[in-house]
Ligand binder design. Structure first.
Ligand code: DON
Length: 321
């Protein structure tokens, strides 16, 4: 259950902790009855996903935890992984080289579109769409596929505070279904934007997407970014602090795909969604926000997740401007 005495957070949000948790419960009650949206499954009957799963978790930079609903329900991190893989590529190669491989411009296109790579730059527009994300995964260093995966899992561990694992059936299913990602990878190699073995890169990309977390884990990851890269629960440095602003900038401008402009306009804090139903939000210096609810809109963003973030931003003045 939530702890109600986070002085730093109250001071910054100008609310009492009691009214904050009451607000979270109210939002949960208000949006639970929503009956729209589509659930993402890479293969029919792979897992049973309940459209009513709905969790919210907030972790402050001083380690206070607020939870509502199905915050313990495990789900796939999916595209939210792209933020953290980007951080790894920056750590492995430095900013200049990474930006020379993958730009930092929003696309306004669907997450799995490849049209801009073919039409314009050859260099993917940003690391949050699949073209850029696959190019970023290709940059993750390691002596071989297992070493690369272990480095990736260890990176997640620093953010979450405990070990995380790949869900094998989900991975296998995504491996058999991802023609579009194969097309993207071949196109990128054709333009010299990735190198090496295509299957190894795609495997690692899908492994990074198939990691299982819950809402609490996701909120701690957000709080770590809000806290300059230091996990507020463990004190461990998850990423070199100067790179945190790179991750947050990209989340702010590109994290919600072709909804990114509207998101910034209405919600106004950095965020990233995944087709597993998760949304991570970061209020720098204050807290990480995680919402999990599987039904998605046509862009692949959690419908209840967007509603909760819009309302949190409105009620607590979280828009950065
Ligand atoms: O690349 C894919 O198709 C998925 N495994 C990840 C997609 C994803 O989460 C996109 N987000 N909304």
């Amino acid at each position: 259950m939530p702890k109600l005495n986070s002085a730093a957070m109250i001071a910054q949000l100008h609310v009492s902790p009691t009214s904050f948790i009451t607000d979270l419960r109210e939002l949960h009650r208000q949006y639970l009855p929503i009956r729209q949206g589509k659930i993402y499954v890479s293969e029919p009957d792979l897992v049973e996903i309940n459209p009513d799963w709905f969790g919210i978790c907030i972790v402050t930079v001083d380690g206070q935890v607020y939870t509502v609903g199905d915050w313990e329900q495990p789900f796939l991190i999916q595209s939210i992984s792209k933020v953290f893989a980007y951080g790894m590529a920056l750590s492995d190669w430095g900013r200049d080289y990474v930006v020379s491989r993958v730009d930092v411009e929003p696309t306004g296109d669907a997450y799995n579109s490849l049209i801009k790579v073919e039409e314009n730059s050859k260099r993917p527009y940003n690391p949050m769409v699949n073209t850029g994300a696959i190019a970023i995964t290709n940059l993750i260093e390691g002596k071989g596929p297992a070493h690369r995966l272990n480095r990736l899992l260890d990176m997640y561990r620093r953010y979450v505070g405990h070990r995380v694992f790949v869900d094998t059936p989900s991975l296998v299913s995504e491996q058999t279904a991802g023609d579009r990602n194969w097309a993207i990878a071949y196109l990128l190699r054709n333009f010299g934007m990735i190198s090496g073995d295509i299957k190894q890169t795609l495997d690692l990309y899908l492994q990074q997407c198939s990691v299982i977390i819950n809402c609490h884990d996701l909120a701690v990851m957000g709080a770590t970014l809000a806290n300059n890269g230091i996990n507020p629960m463990t004190g461990e440095q998850a990423i070199h602090s100067p790179y945190v602003k790179d991750l947050l900038s990209i989340m702010f401008t590109c994290g919600m795909y072709d909804f990114a402009g509207e998101w910034v306009y209405k919600v106004g804090f950095p965020a990233k969604s995944g087709v597993g139903g998760g949304i991570i939000g970061v209020v720098p210096g204050v807290m990480g926000i995680a919402v999990f609810s599987p039904p998605l809109d046509k862009r692949g963003n959690s419908i209840r997740g967007i509603k909760v973030c819009e309302e949190l931003s409105r009620r607590f003045g979280l828009h950065i401007f």
